[in-house]
Design a binder for this molecule. Structure first.
Ligand SMILES: [Zn+2]
Ligand SMILES: [Zn+2]
Length: 192
């Protein structure tokens, strides 16, 4: 319902964004923010700009702003958090504008979608074709998302599926767990 409304081809409101999700429920789902340094963020934005240029795509101001919000965190961020943050900086947008930018960034491969969280994170690698497809590793404690090349995982899934006469079309594999920074804390709290 929410999705259908967000994508409805209606003219965006001219002034205030239409918030279809309550802010409180949105905040409850937000990951703790893991900021990246200004230098790293600038580097990520430049890399994204280059990738857009190489593909003859336009890295519009809005796409850049949305990308910068996503790349500013080591975790994943939802569309409504992006809206909130842009709005806090004086850029008030209709959700559909943000979703369109997100789609363009996904198509260009500079961000990925974490299905389990309905959130987005900046691609950390940019060389997927060369090194095989990555799996996404999402920390349950701090929200950090990393990528690890694991073409073998996809090969095995395809092989097992083929054995069942099934044509698998796995695009991404997400693994949730505890990252190396959070692991000691997890051990102390009695996790086996
Ligand atoms: Zn990536
Ligand atoms: Zn962690």
């Amino acid at each position: 319902m929410l999705y259908r409304l967000n994508y409805a081809p209606v003219a965006p409101a001219r002034k205030a964004p239409i918030l279809l999700m309550s802010r409180s429920s949105n905040k409850a789902n937000a990951q703790p923010r893991q900021g990246v340094s200004a230098a790293r963020l600038a580097q990520a934005v430049e890399r994204a700009r280059t990738i857009f240029a190489e593909r003859n795509l336009r890295f519009t101001d809005l796409r850049e702003q949305v990308f910068a919000e996503i790349a500013a965190t080591n975790g994943a961020i939802g569309a409504y958090d992006i809206l909130d943050r842009l709005s806090g900086k004086g850029t008030r947008l209709a959700p559909i504008s943000v979703y369109r930018s997100i789609d363009a960034l996904l198509d260009a491969g500079v961000i990925h979608r974490l299905e389990s969280k309905n959130a987005y994170f900046a691609c950390r690698r940019h060389e997927h074709d060369k090194h095989g497809r990555p799996i996404f590793l999402a920390c349950e404690r701090c929200g950090t998302v990393t990528e690890a090349e694991a073409q073998g995982v996809f090969d095995l899934i395809n092989q097992v599926a083929r054995g069942q006469g099934f044509d698998a079309r796995v695009k991404f594999v997400e693994v949730s767990g505890v990252c190396s920074k959070c692991a000691p804390a997890a051990a102390r709290s009695g996790a086996s």
